[in-house]
Design a protein around this ligand. Structure first.
Ligand code: ZN
Length: 143
């Protein structure tokens, strides 16, 4: 079994991706999942730091930092936006980790609603997808 790097996976055509063995496909999805997780964790860290900085700046009587932020506007609103982004990124990280666990459990790539196998093309584009396209579009109108 060949282990593909992220670059190699991205270079494969949809047909080539479909032709991978199940083992190679799952290993490749884990590579994509880990990479996505790293990205989201790094971004979450960034929002967390930004929110912490804004909290420090808005506290009166605190040590004044001579920062050239040049940012005007409402820092409370900015902080709330950062915290909202932080929360959504952490939720995505949790979904990604759940997907990695599914690979280990052997339930990866199965639609949580209709239990059908989600096409590799979709899983490649969204490695932590939980629903097939049909259930996904259906759930928009139902909820
Ligand atoms: Zn489905």
């Amino acid at each position: 079994m060949k282990t593909y790097s992220k670059e190699e996976i991205e270079a494969l055509s949809d047909e080539e991706y479909d032709a991978l063995s199940e083992e190679e496909y799952l290993a490749s999805q884990v590579v994509l999942l880990n990479s996505e997780r790293d990205t989201y964790v790094a971004q979450a860290e960034m929002f967390k730091e930004e929110a912490a900085t804004l909290a420090r700046e808005s506290e009166p009587g605190d040590v004044q930092f001579d920062e050239e932020s040049g940012e005007g506007g409402n820092s409370t609103m900015e902080r709330e936006r950062d915290l909202a982004l932080l929360a959504s990124h952490l939720a995505t990280v949790a979904e990604i980790e759940e997907s990695i666990e599914k690979v280990e459990k052997g339930t990866y790539g199965i639609c949580e609603n209709c239990k059908s196998a989600i096409p590799r093309i979709r899983m490649r584009a969204l490695p932590y997808a939980k629903l097939c396209v049909l259930c996904k579009s259906g759930s928009v109108t139902r909820r």
